[in-house]
Design a protein around this ligand. Structure first.
Ligand code: PA5
Length: 466
């Protein structure tokens, strides 16, 4: 079971100036209960659907079947998507596949395809991918909830055209799986007209909350991840989080503590720092979740509030050698959240030394496992010594069940935090505005006003360059 340890966020351990007082935390019990009830009410009214995702057994069966077909027919599986339509896929892959999955022989991959998620429209990146793919043995899973995102759809148009050029009009649809809204958007229309296999993203599940829907589950199942276990983990966490009491509900406790650190102690940033390289892309995924959900201009009542906490990714032990100096001695404006594992999936021992290596004998007989845990402990206590708030989420090990628990806990923590800030954690007007400006710039019909607005902004700007 996942454990959330917030001792080092508390005033008793890091002092009153930067730590949350026990009395203040206890005094939040009623607001925490209301935040919990608010999320439950949103679920019951159908506004949010992510809480239902772990229970869709029919979808799991269908995805398993499709993953089996894909694995037997293709060598490469490419996800075309961006933001919430890509980051969950990447997080699951990095956490649960062999660290060098794509470099293993097919046999060592248990017959599973290689998985690619380009997650960007940089022309060099996409061209580079085409250099290594044989289209005959490649299937593309295009994922976009809106069915119109410029990055995803432009990639898709390029891929579709290449498939037609190289394999012919008749073969092209067999190499495409579309994951999109049940009825809306250009992709759904094309899928129906051209006959792609399709999966549906529920209307009330936003991109950043969609990892446990067909968005994240298909590529996971294709790569060999046990999606059933993933969802059991999520269900277990959901059961734990059914309580409105912080003492029983780790996601609620996390939400309240981060909220207090932000609003009472000025901690404007939240650094997620996994000490398991497998979890490094969970930190990326979380960055989007926390940023897009909580970074809002307006409260639900319409007041200008400018809420949010900047999420940062750091990886232990790597970033001890790049970022920790700042976190220990720079502005005391962050909370560091460590992701820890009790047990790594393998053990690597440091070999006996010849006796001539100066100052290295302390490593003899130890393992990398002990070293990385010592590094985490040392970093944690250095932060404590310098009154820097930090917390630790510990997983027994990185397996499908624990990852399901972790992702679900972080989603719920974000939903509760939205209630505490009194904002809508499930919209993203800032992202939508950027999308609309892009459409305007690219000449999309219906976005002429957006284009004109941009032109006005450009005109009024004074330029400084060197
Ligand atoms: O979380 C979100 O809603 C966004 O980040 C979207 O996932 C992202 O913009 C991609 O949108 P779409 O899936 O519609 O292509």
């Amino acid at each position: 079971m996942i454990k959330f340890d917030y001792s080092n966020m508390m005033a008793e351990n890091i002092g009153e100036e930067h730590g949350v007082g026990k009395g203040v935390l206890d005094g939040m019990a009623e607001r925490a209960r209301r935040a919990h009830d608010g999320v439950v009410a949103k679920k019951e009214s159908g506004k949010i659907g992510f809480l239902d995702l772990p229970y869709d057994d029919a979808l799991v069966a269908r995805i398993r079947e499709e993953a089996g077909r894909v694995s037997s027919e293709f060598e490469n599986f490419v996800v075309l998507g961006i933001g919430g339509s890509a980051l969950g896929n990447i997080a699951l892959r990095t956490a649960l596949n062999h660290p060098f999955h794509n470099l293993l022989s097919r046999e060592k991959r248990d017959g599973r395809p290689r998985i690619f998620v380009p997650d960007n429209i940089d022309p060099d990146r996409l061209n580079g991918l085409f250099d290594i793919l044989d289209l005959k043995s490649t299937v593309f899973n295009v994922i976009t909830k809106s069915g119109s995102t410029a990055e995803t759809m432009s990639q898709f148009m390029i891929v579709r055209d290449r498939l037609m050029q190289e394999l012919g009009r008749g073969e092209m649809p067999k190499h495409i799986i579309a994951t999109t809204d049940v009825e809306k958007g250009a992709l759904r229309k094309m899928a129906e007209e051209e006959g792609y296999v399709t999966f549906t993203i529920p209307a009330n599940v936003g991109g950043r909350f969609s990892v446990l829907s067909s968005v994240g589950l298909l590529s996971a199942a294709v790569s060999g991840i046990d999606i059933g276990e993933l969802l059991i983990g999520a269900r277990n966490m959901n059961a734990r989080c059914s309580s409105p009491n912080m003492a029983d509900n780790p996601a609620l406790a996390g939400a309240v503590l981060h909220y207090l650190s932000r609003t009472e102690k000025g901690k404007a940033m939240l650094v997620m720092m996994p000490y398991s390289h497998r979890l490094k892309d969970v930190a990326d995924w979380f960055r989007q979740l926390w940023a897009e959900s909580l970074g809002k201009k307006y409260s639900t009542g319409g007041a200008v509030v400018h809420t949010g906490q900047t999420p940062i990714k750091a990886v232990g032990a790597t970033d001890q050698h790049s970022q920790i100096q700042l976190y220990v001695e720079g502005p005391n404006d962050k909370v560091v959240c460590f992701l820890a594992v009790e047990e790594y999936n393998s053990r690597v021992d440091i070999p006996p030394l010849s006796g001539e290596e100066d100052g290295l004998s302390y490593l003899e007989g130890k393992s990398l496992n002990e070293l990385i845990l010592a590094e985490m402990r040392a970093t944690e206590l250095t932060l404590v010594k310098n009154s820097r708030p930090n917390c630790t989420i510990t997983m027994p090990r990185v397996d499908a069940r624990s990852v399901g628990e972790l992702l679900f806990m972080l989603e719920l923590q974000t939903a509760y935090a939205g209630e505490l800030y009194n904002i809508d954690a499930f919209d993203q007007p800032g992202v939508e505005e950027g999308k609309q400006f892009t459409y305007g710039l690219m000449g999309r019909e219906g976005y002429e006003e957006k284009r004109a607005e941009l032109d006005d902004l450009e005109k009024g700007r004074i330029t400084y360059t060197v």
